[in-house]
Design a protein around this ligand. Structure first.
Ligand code: ADP
Ligand code: ZN
Ligand code: MG
Length: 486
């Protein structure tokens, strides 16, 4: 965003697919990538007279997200029909929730410019997904310009998480999504995969003169399906709105579409009003009642949440805040960390360093999110234990890591096999030191004459004599003793 007298105001509506086995209102399985129209039934095909039944697991998963965001779970909420026509919506309406959502008022903690911002949630409501229109096909017998509809996705359970307009930049919106994705995965409510459409987002963007109290005219950018698109679309939209206002052109409230090819947004339609949808309570579904027993069942099954866990890692293991935060990137990663520390409780900081540098560097982003680590926690614990007891050096341990990952064999076995035993015994190291000092009188004179920088050369010579296996700490100490004393 160019330097200007305007500030951006952003609110996000995030659609998140819940991780249920079956669909929202029928018994069809939720599948991804199956042949078209193979996971369908009269309910999700919208046959007249077919009756929906709400999936209890769907509601429980939505409640997990509500609890994780500090929302109030409403004792009663209502499914409503949102009426519109589209080829991928066979019933002619989407079952959603309107004025009586499942959960209201929560917050999501977002890291922004080194501090934490609590972005307020307006609501979390349940709804079903539509099907998918296809315009390109792998089959040759489909005539040109055809569109076909795949209804496998129809009736897939979603929640919509609606934020208040509390975000003020594209970066903040991005961080909000990162936090939200971590949270829905953390509580096992969703796989959070943007690529597979499990997480989609509409961005509402407006700008206003800096410091103004009133909100500006907003534009809604529909269906952003990657983190990069969200960021680009918002950046572009802020620029477009500021440019319009600066040149005196008024903005219109409308729905716009992001075009990945150009990185720009394009007008799609003027904003629809709630009235256009003729919302009304779905007569086929009774009021959704969440009683105290159900709420308690869900509450007691909740894991320690990421913020709390990061705080505990700091106090329990003395980790710096930034490290604790990184270890809590995903729940499996935090679990891995604590499992490794349990096996080698002596050095939690070193274990964190290994996780955050060597291990994460060897993992793809998807592996990091899913917490698929390349070695077992016991293996990392054993490796750090061998460094700590002086058996191997940090450098040897790094060398060993590739083999540990490739073979999955025990640390001690590989250490032995590779002859990677570090020499820590002072007798052998002192012998090597004395020999180097004796054999190089000229260099010793140079060093003692004030060229302290040549110390490294002596370390190199001693290490060479020890085939690189000398304990660096001991080598340094004995060399200093010998060079500085005599
Ligand atoms: P609508 O009735 O148009 O759907 P809502 O009040 O339900 O609008 O808000 C939808 C989303 O738009 C919410 O995430 C909200 O935070 C956001 N929003 C509302 N007004 C603005 C605004 N002026 N600028 C940016 N975002 C806004
Ligand atoms: Zn079905
Ligand atoms: Mg709305």
């Amino acid at each position: 965003m160019p330097v200007s007298d305007f500030e951006a105001v952003i609110g996000l509506e995030v659609h998140c697919q819940l991780r249920t086995k079956s669909k929202a209102f029928c018994a069809c399985p939720v599948v991804f990538g199956a042949p078209p129209n193979t996971a369908v039934c009269p309910v999700c095909l919208g046959y007249p007279g077919a009756l929906p039944v709400a999936n209890r697991e769907m509601v429980s998963l939505a409640m997990r997200v509500a609890l994780a965001t500090g929302c109030t779970i409403e004792e009663t909420s209502v499914f409503a029909r949102k009426n519109y026509f589209y080829p991928d919506l066979p019933k002619g309406y989407q079952i959603s929730q309107y004025d009586r959502p499942l959960a209201t008022r929560g917050t999501v903690a977002v890291r922004a410019n080194g501090s934490v911002k609590n972005v307020r949630l307006n609501r979390i409501h349940l709804e079903e997904d539509a099907g998918k229109s296809m315009h390109e096909f792998p089959w040759e017998d489909v005539p040109a310009l055809s569109s076909l509809v795949d209804l496998n996705r129809s009736g897939t359970p979603l929640i919509e998480i609606v934020s208040e307009p509390d975000l003020s930049s594209a970066d903040e919106a991005h961080e909000y999504l990162v936090s939200l994705r971590r949270l829905v995965r953390w509580v096992d409510a969703s796989d959070g995969n943007m690529e597979e459409g499990s997480l989609r987002c509409d961005a509402n963007v407006s700008v206003r003169p800096k410091g103004a109290a009133a909100l500006g005219t907003k534009v809604e950018i529909k269906n952003l399906n990657s983190f990069a698109h969200v960021k680009k679309a918002i950046e572009h939209e802020i620029e477009r709105q500021v440019a319009a206002l600066e040149s005196g052109r008024p903005l219109v409230q409308e729905t716009r579409l992001f075009e990945p090819d150009t990185g720009a947004t394009k007008a799609m339609r003027s904003k629809e009003e709630a009235m256009d949808y003729r919302y009304f309570p779905d007569p086929d579904l009774g009021v959704l009642v969440v009683d105290g027993a159900w709420r308690r069942d869900v509450a007691v099954s909740m894991p320690e949440l990421p913020e709390a866990r990061a705080a505990r890692l700091q106090t329990a293991y003395g980790l710096p805040a930034a490290d604790a935060e990184l270890v809590c990137l995903s729940r499996p990663l935090a679990d891995f960390y604590e499992a490794a520390v349990a096996k080698h409780p002596g050095n939690p900081k070193a274990i964190a360093n290994w996780v955050l540098s060597e291990l994460l560097a060897r993992m793809s982003d998807a592996d990091r999110q899913a917490g698929r680590l390349p070695v077992a926690p016991e293996t990392l614990a054993a490796l750090v234990a061998r460094i700590d007891d002086g058996s191997i050096s940090g450098r040897m341990a790094k060398e060993l890591l590739g083999d540990l990952i490739a073979t999955g064999r025990p640390v001690d076995e590989l250490v032995k096999e590779k002859g990677l035993v570090q020499i820590s015994d002072e007798g052998s190291i002192r012998d090597a030191v004395l020999k180097v000092v004796r054999d190089h009188p000229e260099q010793v004179a140079t060093y003692r004459g004030g060229k302290a920088a040549t110390f490294g050369w002596f370390v190199g010579q001693v290490m060479k004599a020890l085939q690189g296996k000398g304990n660096p700490g001991v080598v340094n100490r004995l060399l200093r003793d010998s060079l500085d004393k005599d």
